[in-house]
Design a protein. Sequence first.
Length: 124
Amino acid sequence: MSDSLSRTQLPHSFSLSRLLTKSLRFNLLPNLAVMASVGVATAVIVGALLVGDSVRGSLRYQALDRLGGIDGLLVSRGFIESETLATWNAKVQKQESIQQLHGFILFPRSSVELATAEQTRRSS
């Protein structure tokens, strides 16, 4: 029985390259659809990353623009007396890089609203 099915009598010889070629030819359309889907998904992800980076940069620029000319910030656990602030202001007036010190109170998790006749501005 094995003599009747010898390799020489088979119509086609079996090889790995022939199997791959026939498999790729048979599954050509599904393979093209998968490759196109991967390409589109890659383009969407790269586009989202680029847009996200652009938005992050825009928000950073906007936040720095709103801060104005702030060069530094001193955060303390309690209130700073106005006399201390006046003393520090007198000392920094001698330096050219710092123009003036201002005191303010920072309220975490709060918002501020400034309403004028033309517009209402909110900050949080």
